[in-house]
Design a protein around this ligand. Structure first.
Ligand SMILES: [Zn+2]
Length: 84
C-alpha cells in the first residue's frame, strides 16, 4: 500500500456522503485527537483505503470499493462532524 494524505479519500467518501467529506472532523477513539479527515495518514492499494490517526497511528476508518458497492467502516472514530 502507498502512504498518502487524507485528501485521497475525497472521491471514495463522496460516494458515501454528500459534500467534501475530507473537511469533516473525526475524533479518534484511541487518543481523542480531533482533526479533519484530510489530515489523516492514508494507506491505499487500488480500491482499498485505510485512514490512520495522524497522532497515534490507530485505524480511523477503512473504505473498500468493490464493483458497485462501497464499504465504509469507522470503528476508530467516536464522532464524525460534517460542515453544512
Ligand atoms: Zn489517535
Amino acid at each position: 500500500m502507498q502512504k498518502l494524505d487524507g485528501n485521497v479519500l475525497a472521491g471514495p467518501l463522496s460516494e458515501v456522503m454528500t459534500g467534501d467529506a475530507t473537511s469533516a472532523h473525526a475524533r479518534c477513539v484511541h487518543c481523542g485527537d480531533v482533526a479533519v479527515i484530510a489530515q489523516a495518514v492514508v494507506y491505499a492499494d487500488g480500491s482499498r483505503f485505510v485512514a490512520r490517526c495522524r497522532r497515534c497511528d490507530s485505524v480511523l476508518l477503512t473504505i473498500v470499493e468493490a464493483g458497485d458497492d462501497v464499504r465504509l467502516t469507522m470503528t476508530g472514530v467516536t464522532a464524525f462532524t460534517m460542515p453544512v
